[in-house]
Design a protein around this ligand. Structure first.
Ligand code: ZN
Ligand code: FE
Ligand code: FE
Ligand code: FE
Length: 188
């Protein structure tokens, strides 16, 4: 990485990192949607994919305002988060458990983005770049919203699937998952 000496350079570096991270997600989100068994979860991924396309455009807008080329700088953290998620999904055969794992992987991604955009917003504010602040805030809102939807699904999906046992041919949700979901097999 080239030497960074000013806040302007740091901010540009952060935007480049986010740009690469979002572009990695444009490839990853459709795969996550495909891996999801629950329609609700798939919808969240598909909706967030559409938002992500817009988030890339917002970052391009910021590059334009800064009069810089829209180039990414490899976001190694996002590569690793996506790889961990993939490995995890491939290791789980049971559909309800896999959905729970997918949600956990996706929330790690959202938290990374919320952190990155949060810092970028603070730095844009410091630099007095109100245009960038506004663009970053729009994206930040979407990332937080996605995280909350995933949070809600983490609770409701497991409850549903533990309650009606509709998790398909792959077998029942394990006892630990049932207990975590609040349903009990001991009830009459
Ligand atoms: Zn991102
Ligand atoms: Fe994003
Ligand atoms: Fe990064
Ligand atoms: Fe996101």
């Amino acid at each position: 990485m080239a030497k960074v000496t000013t806040m302007e350079e740091l901010f540009l570096d952060e935007i480049r990192d986010l740009y690469d991270a979002e572009r990695q997600l444009i490839k990853a989100l459709p795969e996550m949607a495909e891996a999801a068994s629950s329609d609700e979860l798939r919808n969240v991924f598909e909706e967030h994919f559409e938002q992500t396309v817009n988030q890339v455009k917002r970052l391009e807008h910021i590059f334009q305002v800064l009069d810089e080329k829209p180039t990414g700088k490899k976001c190694a953290a996002m590569t690793a988060l996506i790889k961990e998620g993939n490995d995890m999904v491939n290791a789980i055969d049971e559909t309800a458990v896999r959905d729970a794992g997918l949600i956990a992987a996706a929330q790690k991604v959202e938290h990374y983005e919320i952190s990155g955009y949060g810092s970028a917003r603070a730095h844009a504010e410091l630099l007095g770049d109100n245009r960038a602040v506004r663009l970053i805030e729009e994206t930040l809102f979407e990332e937080k919203e996605a995280d909350e939807k995933l949070n809600d699904l983490a609770i409701s999906l497991i409850n549903e699937e533990a309650a009606d046992g509709s998790n398909g041919a792959a077998g029942p949700v394990g006892p630990k998952t049932r207990a975590a979901g609040g349903a009990s097999r001991d009830e009459p």
